[in-house]
Design a binder for this molecule. Structure first.
Ligand code: RTP
Ligand code: MG
Length: 134
């Protein structure tokens, strides 16, 4: 299996809940290694740029507003099959639909405040890691 990199963001709701360590432990237990990280407050233009693919969607404004509502933990993770593995750890976008034991099932409140972001493809992972870490 290929060694991949993926981008994870622990969103403002999960940072506020003080569960960065619990989420990192899940990454570690799944064999995902932290290769870059920064704790940061996104600006409006950073959040808009990051989620530019969604700019025509009805939820875009609320998404950006939420992502700048508090600090986030941005992490590049590396490991076997990292993109899909990280998506599996996160669970479904809507925590009500997320499988038991996933990060969103355990820590997310709603489809808006859903604890984590993860790259959805290897191609987007490369773009997103470059966006935050150059
Ligand atoms: P993410 O990008 O944050 O990892 O989440 P995702 O791939 O599971 O979901 P995506 O479709 O990329 O949507 C990005 C974020 O927008 C919010 N969203 N709200 N109200 C809605 O119908 C709706 N749909 C999406 C979610 O917070 C989602 O994480
Ligand atoms: Mg997405």
């Amino acid at each position: 299996m290929a060694i991949e990199r993926t981008l994870s963001i622990i969103k403002p709701d999960a940072v506020a809940k003080n569960v960065i360590g619990q989420i990192y432990t899940r990454f570690e237990n799944a064999g995902l290694k932290v290769v870059a990280a920064k704790f940061t407050q996104l600006t409006q233009s950073e959040a808009e740029g990051f989620y530019a693919v969604h700019k025509e969607r009805p939820f875009f404004k609320d998404l950006v507003k939420f992502m700048i509502s508090g600090p986030v933990m941005v992490t590049a993770l590396e490991g076997e099959n990292a993109v899909l593995k990280h998506r599996d750890l996160m669970g479904a976008t809507n925590p009500k639909e997320a499988a038991a034991g996933t990060i969103r099932a355990d820590f997310a409140e709603s489809i808006d405040a859903n604890a984590v972001h993860g790259s959805d493809s290897l191609e987007n992972a490369a773009i997103e890691i470059k966006y935050f870490f150059g």
